[in-house]
Ligand binder design. Structure first.
Ligand code: NAD
Length: 179
């Protein structure tokens, strides 16, 4: 079971409305909780399974302007570890995936600004990736799908409660200075 659905709402934390905070949590955390809750009985019945939760590099380190988003993704990271421990004896594995900057439609629908004066955050993932990713390119959905597929197969049979980071090296440390 892959819990992939998610949204990002951009706002300085002191200006974020409670409604936006709650919507962010509802989709990125409540949705993941419900997916796990209903997958586990089916997996138990069949003798095991693999749960993959989509987190983010924003679940590993802070993300200014995306504090509410990073709170959900940090939550997903530890949710995966706790579920992994709770259900290891049921042969159910649970891991989190942490993408960096990936070229998907999410970047074109990150709302920013106060209610009534909403616009989309003007973020071009390709430009941003070229500026901060050591591999010097944006990630593609396939890069993430490859990692998810690995976690779902027997090749990952001895892996549970772990974080698979797929970010072009973004969180490895500082990017080498280009001359
Ligand atoms: N694209 C990136 O750079 C990036 C980086 C890190 C993490 N992620 C995470 O990857 C996951 C997939 O995002 P994406 O980049 O493919 O974005 P996307 O916007 O293309 O896909 C998100 C999907 O979630 C679905 N969704 C949203 N709200 C829903 C709801 N209430 N119920 C059911 N489905 C709902 C949307 O319909 C959409 O299909 C998300 O959890 C996102 O936070 C993306």
């Amino acid at each position: 079971m892959v819990a992939n659905a998610g949204i990002g709402i951009m706002a300085p934390i002191a200006e974020m409305s409670l409604a936006d905070w709650q919507r962010q949590q509802a989709i990125n955390l409540d949705g993941v909780f419900l997916s796990i809750k209903h997958a586990i009985p089916a997996m138990k019945k069949q003798g095991g399974g693999s749960i993959v939760l989509m987190s983010s590099v924003a679940g590993l380190r802070g993300a200014p302007g995306l504090a509410a988003y990073s709170a959900t993704k940090g939550g997903v990271r530890l949710l995966a570890k706790s579920v992994a421990l709770e259900h290891a004896a049921d042969n159910i594995r649970c891991n989190s995936v942490h993408p960096g900057i990936i070229a998907t439609p999410i970047w074109g629908k990150i709302p920013t600004g106060a209610a009534g004066n909403r616009s989309n955050a003007p973020i071009d993932p390709r430009e941003r990736a070229e500026a901060v990713v050591p591999l010097l390119r944006v990630g593609e959905a396939q890069d993430i799908a490859n990692g998810v597929m690995f976690l779902c197969t027997e090749a990952a049979n001895y892996m549970t409660g772990q974080e698979l980071v797929i970010d072009g090296g973004m969180t490895a440390g500082g990017r080498p200075v280009r001359r």
